[in-house]
Write a new protein. Structure first.
Length: 149
């Protein structure tokens, strides 16, 4: 049986030019799992290779995610993976976060999260059979007239 996950959140980009971009995901899951809070890494092969991580909550709008999760991420400053998982769980008021990726965090990350009351359920990326990602775009309309050079 396949389930659908529909949620909103953000694309978290790491590095010197890190940013948070609002996004929504509609995904068909192979298993009958019904996660509330989800992290997806479509690109990385290991935790060290993570550059973009999709963080989502079922039933949230992008605005609600921004108000409850993104603001906490920004307030925390530089965040490691375990910080992101914990802040996502706290901001969405859940104790379980599901990760879909080609990699599995090491036991120290999992046990550290468990010690803080957060369970990380890890799934292979292949459990997402189809996905549609909608990234937020912001446009600014310039209302001025043309000026000669």
């Amino acid at each position: 049986m396949e389930e659908y996950f529909i949620g909103s959140g953000a694309i978290l980009e790491a590095g010197e030019r890190s940013k948070i971009t609002g996004a929504s995901l509609h995904a068909q899951l192979v298993s009958d799992c019904r996660p509330s809070a989800v992290l997806v890494d479509f690109e990385g092969g290991s935790l060290l290779e993570v550059r973009r991580l999709l963080a989502l909550v079922s039933g949230f709008s992008v605005g609600r995610f921004e108000a409850t999760v993104s603001t906490r991420l920004l307030a925390a400053g530089a965040c490691g993976f375990d910080d992101v998982v914990r802040i996502l769980a706290e901001g969405s008021d859940v104790s379980e976060v599901h990760l879909y990726a080609r990699w599995v965090p090491d036991e120290s990350v999992l046990s550290g999260l468990a010690a803080r009351g957060v369970t990380l359920q890890v799934h292979p990326l292949e459990e997402i059979s189809r996905a549609a990602l909608i990234a937020e775009h912001r446009f600014q309309i310039w209302g001025g007239g043309l000026k000669a050079a």
